[in-house]
Design a binder for this molecule. Structure first.
Ligand code: ADP
Ligand code: MG
Length: 732
């Protein structure tokens, strides 16, 4: 008997929902309780200080040190009243998740000899810290013996309290100023898009002073009972199953998606929502996803920097609360073969300070021309930088999801839908047959506005597109569930900022040569629409024909993750990032180093776990079963005459042969895989090493798995050591 597997299955089956305590108040009463938001600021800061902080947030100017002292004092008072005793700079290194190092508020009040302490938190401590962060990846920018990185306060994302600790969102940069994190370039890309988009808006409305980027993420995830999880070393160490035969039933009946949320999961979700509200995170949607034991949370969209931070807070809450409910959270993009993986759709749009959505069809001709201008520029930006956009979502784990049954392929294309496509076509046509006047064009665009928004939003959707226009925003669906949304948001906002800047230049050039503004705009848009045509694809993105077609269209079709990263340092990308001041070439090169290292490590760990499981868990059990079969054969021979024994032994003999074959292939391939790892480990260059891991180590995974999964079908269920797919996916 496989005691562990049956023990954990029994344990998981017996579990009841964990009781939760949620106060009777409405969410609006505790929403943002743990956040030092504007309401808290106005209570704990003087009017003058508050004014300067708000201005700093809105206009992105640096806070004077004297002001930081005031803010720190107010923040400390609030935090201590909330029971906080510690503070930390909370930042987003280039690994996954967030990092923090807690310090207590205590300090000696005078000389150490007096041994008196008090709680202190100065503006200096709020504004800047030097974490001993030499172990965070820097891609070689920051030599450990040289200078350390430092963290600096980002006032645009409010501080918050986790248990006893005040968390201050910060950027993380090297002494020489290079970004070592996600937040620094994200903030730069947000100010770049603000600047470039305001200039374009002013062609239509001189009142626009600020443009915001908005993000609404949809976080998908799996939950697995913690007892089952503890009996799966692959889940524990790699966040995915490296082996396991498909369950006879998985998602084909689509009963999970439409089904009620299981009771234990419902308790988890309610507690998560409650906690999220206290962090000011407006979780709006919770539901089952397509695959069994797969679920989703989505908030109401918000300003991008804030939305990214909120996603990271939600992820850490999800881990914590899942554990409390005896689940483990799986954020891997493809934890199980044969069923849907998890993504994190990033809904992205731009909006002005006057409340106009720039990807929203307008009510007037002017607004519609502006809408079309932004849409065409966005399509053009994605066309020019489709390889870079793909690189922004590429990772060792997302590679398993992209191109698999339910997910967008590893090719970026844009879906616009029939109505918007028709508008684009008409704009192009208007020049060619020269019969449509500017006035008519305006009216045609009014026609777009007259299409009720619901119609654009709901009737014309294509679920197979990695980047789809959905009525008032783009939905970037290729983003993986474990990703920091910043990676995608940095690229999207940057490429559009650069594109808008060159659009403005072109318009200015034409108008200064005397061309009327509208005519200039139309002429340029017409050219963009024609030029960017190859990126537009409304058909089935999952089909094989599309892969062929995309190649012919010249879109980036690279499928190897280490090679996808090259797009970050291509001439076009370096120039694009430089032109808008988001990342310089040193940073781009260093960040790629980190990406390759992370890629290599992930494959290396998976390879080790796979080898260990195969040799130490699977083969011994298969051998044991084989030996029982041999035993049986032996007994048959003793009891029956030769002819009858031969007849009776046929099945067992064949199974023995099959087991022997699978075992020998597994052994051989694990050895070969270890050899391939040794060869790859000798490579110094991180890019070459990642390529070697991708091309020479990873290919063994599916071969070894194939034979292990075959053994799972043969070996006595009673002794199979790892919880099976049906147990992992259907116990909740
Ligand atoms: P879906 O049908 O894709 O699940 P939802 O209505 O659930 O769509 O919305 C998904 C996400 O898109 C939510 O976070 C929502 O707030 C966000 N969203 C809606 N409008 C916008 C917008 N204009 N800009 C950015 N995000 C948006
Ligand atoms: Mg969606």
């Amino acid at each position: 008997m496989s005691t562990l597997r049956f023990k954990v299955v029994e344990e998981a089956f017996k579990r009841e929902p964990v009781a939760i305590k949620i106060p009777k108040e409405f969410p609006s009463e505790y929403f943002g309780k743990y956040v030092f938001n504007r309401a808290k600021m106005s209570k704990y800061l003087s009017k003058d200080t508050m004014g300067v902080v708000i201005k700093a947030i809105d206009e992105g100017v640096t806070l004077p040190r004297s002001i930081s002292d005031h803010v720190a004092a107010g923040m400390k008072m609030w935090a201590m009243e909330m029971g906080a005793t510690h503070y930390t700079h909370w930042f987003q290194p280039l690994t996954e998740g967030t990092a923090e190092k807690h310090d207590s508020f205590i300090e000696y009040s005078g000389s150490p000899l007096e041994s008196e302490i008090l709680e202190r938190f100065s503006g200096k401590l709020l504004a800047q810290q030097e974490p001993d962060a030499s172990s965070f990846p820097s891609g070689g920018i920051r030599n450990t013996f040289e200078a350390r990185g430092y963290t600096a306060w980002d006032p645009s994302s409010p501080a918050f309290i986790v248990e006893d600790t005040l968390c201050i969102p910060t950027v993380f940069i090297s002494y020489t100023g290079e970004a070592l994190d996600y937040k620094t370039p994200l903030l730069k890309s947000l100010s770049a898009i603000d600047k470039a988009a305001v200039e374009v808006c002013q062609l239509f409305d001189s009142n626009v002073k600020k443009v915001y980027s908005f993000l609404g993420w949809e976080q998908e995830f799996f939950l697995v009972d913690q007892a089952l999880y503890s009996a799966r070393p692959d889940l524990m160490l790699t966040d995915r199953t490296l082996m396991g035969h498909e369950s006879a039933k998985n998602q084909q009946l689509e009963d999970h998606y439409f089904g009620a949320i299981p009771a234990r999961v419902h308790a988890f979700m309610r507690e998560l929502e409650f906690e999220a509200y206290r962090y000011g995170i407006p979780i709006k949607t919770r539901h089952n996803e397509v695959a069994p034991n797969q679920f989703e949370f989505a908030p109401i969209y918000g300003e991008t920097n804030l939305a990214v931070d909120q996603n990271l807070i939600v992820i850490s809450l999800m881990h914590k609360i899942a554990n409390k409910h005896n689940f483990r959270l799986l954020l891997h993009e493809k934890p199980f073969e044969g069923i849907n993986g998890s993504g994190k759709h990033c809904n992205w749009s731009l909006g002005t300070d006057s409340g106009v959505g720039l990807f929203t069809p307008g009510k007037t001709a002017e607004e519609n021309l502006q809408f079309v201008t932004f849409l065409v520029n966005a399509v053009m930006a994605v066309y020019k930088h489709n390889a870079l956009l793909k690189a922004s979502i590429a990772s060792a784990s997302n590679a398993h999801r992209l191109g698999a049954l339910e997910a967008p392929p590893a090719i970026i294309s844009v879906f616009l839908g029939t109505q918007i496509s028709a508008v684009f076509d008409k704009i192009v046509d208007s020049a060619e047959n020269n019969s449509i006047t500017m006035d008519e064009l305006k009216r045609m665009k009014l026609g777009v506005a007259h299409v009720p928004e619901v119609l654009i939003d709901n009737t014309d959707r294509n679920r197979t597109s990695p980047f789809a226009f959905t009525g008032n925003r783009f939905e970037f669906r290729a983003v993986g569930s474990s990703a920091n949304c910043s990676a995608a948001m940095i690229v999207l906002n940057s490429i559009l900022a650069a594109q808008l800047a060159s659009f403005t230049n072109e318009v200015t050039e034409k108008t200064s040569n005397g061309m009327p503004k509208e005519e200039a705009i139309f002429e340029i848009l017409r050219r963009y629409i024609k030029e960017s045509k190859p990126i537009r694809f409304d058909g089935n993105g999952y089909s094989d024909e599309w892969k062929e077609e995309a190649k012919i269209r010249g879109l980036d079709c690279e499928t190897s993750v280490p090679l996808m990263y090259d797009a970050y340092t291509s001439k076009d990308s370096v120039e694009m990032f430089r032109s808008i001041g988001v990342l310089n070439s040193t940073e781009l090169v260093a960040r790629n180093e980190v990406k390759w290292e992370v890629y290599t490590k992930k494959i290396q760990i998976e390879s080790r776990v796979l080898g260990d499981l195969s040799i130490n868990h699977i083969i011994p059990v298969a051998t044991r079963y084989q030996s029982a079969l041999l035993d049986n054969l032996y007994k048959i021979k003793v009891v029956f005459d030769e002819q009858r024994a031969a007849e009776l032994s046929k099945e067992d003999s064949s199974l023995i042969e099959q087991i022997a074959k699978h075992i020998s292939v597994i052994k051989r391939d694990v050895d070969a895989m270890i050899e391939a790892r040794k060869v790859a480990n000798r490579i110094e260059d991180s890019r070459e090493k990642a390529i070697a891991y991708c091309n020479t180590v990873e290919p063994y995974f599916s071969v070894i798995r194939y034979h292990v999964d075959k053994l799972e079908l043969i070996v006595d269920n009673e002794i199979w050591p790892l919880p099976k797919y049906r147990e992992l996916l259907f116990i909740n």
